[in-house]
Design a protein around this ligand. Structure first.
Ligand code: DAH
Length: 341
């Protein structure tokens, strides 16, 4: 048995391998259940009792030698593979990762921000979870105004004070005016919520961009000029605008603005219901009550405000027929806007 052990010792010490499979073959040959080393352990039963101690020790040494050798062979091959991978040319260009595209609402919102920043407007933001004061009371909404109804507004809490999801970004006007004195020239992009059944034409959340300019001697003509510039930048230099009298609690006088229909150029088509015009926003001169509620002297300062839906502008620009497309995240729809940025 000693001869066998010594022969195996020599044999194993001299082992070489060139691949992981070869190492595995060697492991099977020597160390598996029926392997050469393992079967010596079976012969161990027949060793006379007085030699058992010595033989046991020799056998264990042989087994350790075999295990160490196999592991060493494995490590060696691993190091070689690593050395080979160091030869990879890291400057080689790879296939680029496919990039996602910007969401159409973000594209249009950013374009609106660009246009108004060129006129000196800066961005202001406010919370989506609001209170009654900032969304309604400060903006001159009467106590029984229908917008304060559960049917229009999502209330989070009604007692002891109203906590609600803002229904428009006009709430940011109040937040800014409470803190700053004129001149104030801001736009407020953000998400708003309304308690509406979801359909192609209505959604329970959407996006608005609000504008506010307050200073000495700000007039309705300034408002009209700013909106004309916006409309032509957004929809093309041929675009015409018209202002129709309207009503909002927070502006006096108030107006709604239409642009000439981009599809028929104002001649009249199905899209503009043969009028040649499509509505895009609400606006007006800030009501003195609102200025006073926010701590601004209405005898010294005047201002204008406007508010528009980003989805509406996007629909007009890209003819998206169904509002639900904007929140379903169907990549086939989103990829249509890849080229737009
Ligand atoms: N807050 C209005 C809405 O959600 C939009 C609006 C109209 C904002 C007129 C204004 C404005 O600032 O002057 O329908």
């Amino acid at each position: 048995m000693i001869t066998k052990i010594n022969a195996l010792k020599e044999e194993i010490s001299a082992l070489v391998a060139t691949s992981a499979e070869e190492v595995e073959q060697l492991r099977i040959k020597y160390l598996s259940k029926k392997g050469l080393v393992t079967s010596l352990f079976n012969d161990f039963r027949t060793v006379p009792a007085e030699q058992k101690r010595e033989m046991g020790q020799l056998l264990n040494e042989l087994k350790n030698l075999a295990t160490d050798k196999i592991n060493a062979l494995k490590d060696e091959l691993g190091n070689q593979a690593e050395a080979a991978s160091a030869d990879i040319d890291l400057t080689r260009t790879e296939t680029p990762l496919p990039l996602g595209s910007r969401h159409p609402i973000s594209l249009v919102k950013n374009e609106m921000i660009d246009i108004f920043s060129r006129m000196g407007f800066t961005i202001a933001e406010g919370p989506e979870i609001e209170d009654d004061w900032h969304v309604f009371s400060s903006l001159n909404f009467a106590a029984d105004h229908p917008a304060r109804d559960m049917q229009d507004t999502f209330f989070i809490m009604r007692d002891p004070a109203d906590v609600l999801l803002r229904t428009h970004t006009s709430s940011v006007q109040t937040r800014v005016m409470e803190k700053a004195q004129p001149p104030i020239r801001i736009i407020c992009p953000g998400r708003v919520y309304r308690n509406e059944a979801i359909s192609a034409r209505a959604h329970c959340f959407f996006h608005q961009v609000e504008g506010l300019y307050i200073d000495k001697n700000v007039s309705f003509a300034d408002l009209k000029q700013a909106l004309l510039y916006f409309a032509r930048q957004m929809f093309g230099p041929e675009t015409k605008i018209r202002l129709r009298p309207s009503y909002f609690p927070f502006t006096e006088p108030s107006a709604e603005m239409d642009i000439s229909c981009g599809l028929c150029g104002g001649k009249g088509c199905g899209f503009c219901k043969n009028t040649g015009w499509v509505e895009i926003l609400g606006c007006g001169m800030v009501d003195p009550n609102v200025l006073e509620a926010c701590g601004i002297d209405s005898k010294e300062y005047t201002g204008y405000a406007f508010g528009m839906g980003v989805e509406r502008i996007t629909n007009l620009k890209y003819s998206v027929k169904d509002l639900r497309m904007f929140s379903e995240n169907d990549v086939r729809f989103l990829h249509l806007f890849d080229a737009a940025h």
